[in-house]
Ligand binder design. Structure first.
Ligand code: FES
Length: 290
């Protein structure tokens, strides 16, 4: 069996290990309750940034630890103080990184949640080993510190592999509307009378499901597929402020232009121009940034 096949088999075993649900389900539910919906969730998700925060933050400790690793190997005696400092900075920067990852993970279910548990375990093991290494170095036990640091690098690599699997294989936190480019043409989607005030209507336009809502005589149209993880917005709550709340994880979007108001979503919904003519409604994807 090749290395690739072995890794795939290992990840498959983790993803199908239902025993991980015993930890994953209650912890993710608790994390969800604690974070709630609002500024803290928005901050950890990266809604304020318009980009998922966790994958950006992971570069910071990985960068510090990798630099420390290189100095440990090739920095000689003169490189030791810098190697130790970089190790410590990696430990400090791992804390906000873990917090943002925990927030993202709390929105996953099934196999993704199980792989997320293993990802978190590997990264926590790495954090403990790096912290232990740092303490050993401070106490003058350099040899022990180096061994612990190398073990930490191995654990962090395993954690990184699982994190990459979640994003690049499973599509966790990948915008569900990323590949929907639609067309330039107007698409006839419904009769004008089919859309009654306050009653959402989902229609098909090119390859997208489009949510139509008529409010105070104005028809809004945005993608019905929540960019965060694909939740059906038509089944969410519609408020008087002209927003819809996704039924899956509570992201809030403005109907008028698809703007994300609250996360965990970080991107705006695709929006559509609406035309009414001859008793029919047509939509066309708007290309300009909302
Ligand atoms: S699918 Fe997660 S907030 Fe909509």
């Amino acid at each position: 069996m090749s290395v690739t096949d072995t890794l795939r088999e290992l990840v498959h075993r983790v993803a199908t290990a239902e025993v991980l649900d015993r930890v994953g389900k209650p912890v993710s539910s608790k994390v969800g309750d604690v974070l709630g919906h609002g500024p803290v969730k928005d901050a950890l998700s990266g809604t304020w940034l318009g980009h998922p925060l966790h994958p950006m933050l992971t570069d910071v400790p990985i960068g510090f630890w990798t630099s420390s690793f290189v100095l440990d190997i090739a920095g000689g005696r003169r490189g030791r103080p810098a190697a130790d400092r970089l190790l410590g900075l990696g430990i400090l920067s791992a804390l906000p990184t873990a917090a943002s990852g925990l927030s993202d993970w709390s929105d996953t279910i099934g196999e993704d949640r199980r792989v997320g548990v293993a990802h978190a375990i590997a990264n926590n093991v790495a954090l403990v080993l790096y912290s232990w290494s740092w303490l050993a170095r401070r106490r003058g036990r350099r040899g022990k510190g180096l061994v612990l640091g190398f073990l930490g690098a191995a654990a962090a690599s395993g954690g990184g592999y699982l994190g990459g699997h979640l994003v690049y294989r499973q599509g966790v936190n990948t915008d569900r509307n990323a590949w929907k480019h639609g067309g330039e043409d107007w698409v006839d989607v419904a009769g004008d009378l089919e859309l009654t005030a306050g009653q959402p209507l989902v229609v098909k336009a090119h390859e997208d499901d489009v949510l139509l809502v008529r409010t105070a005589g104005v028809v809004s149209a945005i993608s019905n597929v929540c960019g965060h993880a694909g939740g059906p917005l038509s089944e969410g709550d519609f408020d008087d402020a002209g927003c819809v709340t996704c039924p899956w994880h509570g992201s809030v979007f403005r109907l008028a232009d698809g703007h994300v108001v609250h996360g965990p979503a970080t991107g705006h919904q695709p929006r559509y121009e609406v035309r009414s003519a001859g008793g029919r409604l047509s939509v066309r994807r708007l290309r300009s940034p909302a």
